[in-house]
Design a protein around this ligand. Structure first.
Ligand code: HPA
Length: 272
């Protein structure tokens, strides 16, 4: 079955449950577990019930779509993300994004926990992603292009909506958050970086490095969605004296600590 038909089937399943306008899709990154409390839940749909939907495996991730209200806007929240390092194909990693667009949603907010690559950062800081560098080994748009989704050669000049970048950043500054605008480097993982790799990613212009986000943002751009990306700095990789040994548990813990700030930024963008 072609991807387009799979997406149509998944979309139809969701529309049977909820068929009103949804304004925003939100992808929750590692450790962002309390965000759901901000949503007045209308429906929760477990992944395994949705036709062709992948199932999530990694610790700190559940597996459901949550449809609900945030203020006067309707959102769909992807709680439980698919990472390429888990063995999913890029088609699976980006499957939810294609459904969101086909549900008529034009606005996407993606969040993640990331490693810091900039001297100015501390653990718990927020980076508003203004651009990315794709170093993942596989491209989600490789293969025959289906024009029903988007063009063969999508432009990536404004992969992240620059008004949202500025608004999110200014909101953080006004609230005295430790916040930066920066470039996200997307890698495969699952290893964290060696000191030399963190240094390399700093030198090529990166401010944050992580194992997600880039495929979803590429596919969102393929389908002409407007994107906001937020990273929580869960560990510092550069310069070397700031680097410490880390574990996935610590990343989740640090992300959870900074989550309230991300939540406030997301609420602000949705409101405005
Ligand atoms: N590197 C890659 N991915 C990450 C990191 C990191 O240091 N921290 C959280 N996700």
């Amino acid at each position: 079955m072609e991807l387009f038909e799979k997406i149509e089937a998944a979309k139809a399943f969701i529309q049977d449950i909820y068929n009103e306008k949804i304004d925003f899709a939100i992808v929750l990154g590692s450790g962002l577990t309390n965000f759901e409390r901000e949503i007045e839940i209308i429906h929760q749909i477990e992944y395994h019930k949705i036709p062709h939907f992948p199932i999530s495996t990694v610790k700190g991730h559940q597996g459901k779509l949550i449809i609900g209200k945030m203020g006067n806007k309707t959102v769909i929240c992807q709680s439980g993300r698919f990472h390429y390092y888990e063995g999913y194909s890029m088609e699976q990693v980006t499957f939810p994004i294609r459904i969101f667009k086909k549900l008529g949603i034009d606005n996407l907010i993606v969040t993640n926990a990331a490693g810091g690559l900039n001297e100015a950062q501390e653990v718990g800081d927020i980076v508003v992603i203004r651009d990315h560098i794709n170093l993942q080994p596989e491209h989600p748009l490789r293969g025959p292009n289906d024009e029903r989704f988007g063009p063969r050669f999508p432009d990536m000049m404004y992969a992240y909506d620059q008004n949202w970048v500025e608004n999110a950043y200014q909101f953080g500054v006004a609230n005295q958050y430790r916040i930066h605008k920066g470039v996200y480097v997307g890698v495969q993982g699952p290893t964290f970086e060696t000191p030399a790799e963190y240094q390399f990613f700093n030198r090529i212009g990166g401010d944050a490095v992580g194992m997600s986000t880039v495929p979803e943002v590429i596919v969102a751009n393929h389908m002409k969605m407007r994107v906001l990306g937020l990273s929580i700095i869960a560990d510092c990789g550069y310069p070397f004296d700031k680097m410490k040994e880390i574990s996935h548990e610590e990343v989740l813990e640090m992300a959870a600590k900074a989550e309230p700030k991300v939540t406030e930024i997301v609420k602000f963008i949705i409101r405005s």
